[in-house]
Design a protein. Structure first.
Length: 329
């Protein structure tokens, strides 16, 4: 009997050991770490930071699109720079409807050119994008975090994959949770990363249904504050396809926690913002960040950005390091 117990104990120990080794191998397999280029291109992060600061000094509104671009890259094929690629037939991610409003690609081109001049063939476009997102947030008075680098660039871009994988501003909470879970992100990541809407603009076509025909009966979204809805109708006519509005009125150029106060007041710009109040966990987080003390948003945002930055990465010998971000080598 003692021998049997010993054999069972040994078996359990071996199973636990194998599990731990497996998890360790998976972590190392990603090949990402803060300071990946410290030896191979020590000036890389400084080059990116200076470029972002220079760009935002010229146009403070460019910070939000740079952040959004990293999100849109990671949710399609993983964080491997596919959103930057261009195809002659226009069937690339850039031309998917959710990406048509992306901008700042020329900034990425300039940063990549500067890094290539310093260290040819070393720093990937996907890492440039990850660093740009962090530095843009910092430049807008937001938090900083250690960006894990070591990604390599993918060689494939597909318009249909962008259509299928990017969360929609029309999504309900169930759909949002499902989409984030499919990328290895949980409910907290969902609500935290939604907080990125504290900077930037949204366009009228994305809220027209909330204002004029929410259920097909010429009505507005009942979850939208009536005063805020009236204000939006004054600026967005039913046929308006171009007007851009601040998602966080009054501080859309500053990364802060005011987004959560707006959502709690039923003044979230998108349906997907309002949906955060339809789940107890996400709602609880929203309300917590509205307090005058105890907000954890800045810390949490960095944690969730690092977690998102690990989605589907290519490392080691996978993929390539593109010389130019718009095309494969």
């Amino acid at each position: 009997m003692a021998a049997l117990h010993m054999n069972i104990s040994c078996l359990i120990f071996l199973q636990v050991l194998l599990l731990l080794l497996s998890l360790f191998a998976q972590t190392n397999a990603q090949g990402l770490k803060v300071g990946f280029y410290d030896n191979t291109c020590p000036k890389a992060e400084g080059i990116v930071k200076k470029s972002v600061l220079d760009a935002i000094k010229k146009d403070r509104t460019i910070g939000a699109p740079l952040l959004r671009m990293f999100f849109h890259d990671c949710f399609v094929r993983g964080c491997e720079g596919s959103v930057l690629l261009e195809l002659k037939n226009k069937k690339d991610e850039k031309n998917a409807p959710p990406n048509l409003s992306l901008r700042g690609f020329e900034i990425i081109d300039n940063v990549k050119a500067a890094v290539e001049k310093e260290c040819p063939g070393v720093v990937s476009c996907s890492d440039v994008l990850a660093l740009l997102a962090r530095d843009a947030v910092v430049a807008l008075n937001g938090p900083s975090w250690g960006v894990e680098t070591g990604r390599r660039d993918g060689r494939v871009t597909n318009i249909n994959e962008a259509r299928a994988n990017l969360p929609s501003p029309f999504d309900n909470i169930t759909s949002l949770i499902t989409q984030f879970r499919s990328k290895g992100l949980d409910k907290k990541d969902l609500v935290v990363l939604s907080g990125g809407h504290t900077v930037g603009n949204g366009h009228c076509p994305l809220i027209t249904n909330r204002l004029y025909n929410f259920t097909g009966k010429g009505d507005s979204d009942p979850n939208l504050d009536t005063e805020y809805a009236a204000n939006l109708r004054g600026r967005c006519k039913p046929t308006d396809t171009t007007t851009a509005l601040e998602m966080d009125p009054g501080s859309f150029k500053t990364f802060d926690k005011s987004y959560f106060k707006l959502v709690s007041q039923r003044r979230g710009f998108f349906q997907s913002d309002a949906a955060l109040l339809d789940n107890q966990e996400t709602k609880s987080y929203v309300l917590k960040q509205t307090k005058s003390y105890g907000s954890t948003f800045f810390k949490d945002f960095g944690v969730s950005m690092v977690k998102m930055g690990r989605i589907g990465v290519l490392t080691g010998r996978a993929g390539e390091v593109r010389k130019k971000c718009r095309m494969v080598n």
